[in-house]
Write a protein that binds this ligand. Sequence first.
Ligand code: SAM
Length: 232
Amino acid sequence: MKTGNTKAIEEMFNSISSKYDFFNDIFSFGLHRFWKSRLLDILNPILGEKWIDICCGTGDMSILLARYMKSSENIIGIDSASQSLLVARERSKQKYSSIEWINGDALETNLTSRQFDGLLMAYGLRNLSSPYAGLREALRILKPGGRAGILDFRSFEGPSIQGLFQKIYLNFYVVPIASLFGFGKEYSYIKKSLLNFPSGEKQIHLALSAGFKKAKYQTLAMGQMGILLLEA
Ligand SMILES: C[S@@+](CC[C@H](N)C(=O)[O-])C[C@H]1O[C@@H](n2cnc3c(N)ncnc32)[C@H](O)[C@@H]1O
């Protein structure tokens, strides 16, 4: 599958939705929840604030957010894959039933401007046909001064130990295991999606050119993951 094909990406995430959380746990050794929690610790969402989780998928980040704020009020999760949202609804219906799940496009949410205090995006930016347009839309719906945190894989330019580790991890761990379950093609997409994905200073530059007032980038998981911290 080519990168940037919004419909194909939606279909791909729909097709893996029932196994998505299982794979996330296996492929990150359960650490993805720790990285997501780290993002929340940095952003420190406060009870009463209104937050949105863009590219929420099966709802992991939104549910962690609700747990962090000790309330599921004023939380919206949005994703283009309807099957993933079904999983999210099922997972949240008992303890986090106030989370609102919206089936929509991160590039054109149709949500009112300047309404959110905070915005999260975990492993979403890399999948957008235009990360720049996604950042512009994120900025539009945030209140001035609102904060955003974007977590994703790091991409590496040129030879590096970390880049080599990522190649080995994707080629010899992620794709072979996903293939055992019939999802090799879907998970080989991660590598493709990283090819033109900016990291570090380039991500900062992209966010500032999209109009954010402040942008910072920090790494975690021994440099394999990156967090982009933004102020609208
Ligand atoms: C790798 S998953 C991440 C899911 C979740 N945030 C997590 O961390 O587990 C990427 C998600 O982005 C969604 N996505 C991709 N392009 C999108 C778009 N244009 N609008 C909304 N969601 C999109 C996919 O459907 C998928 O659920």
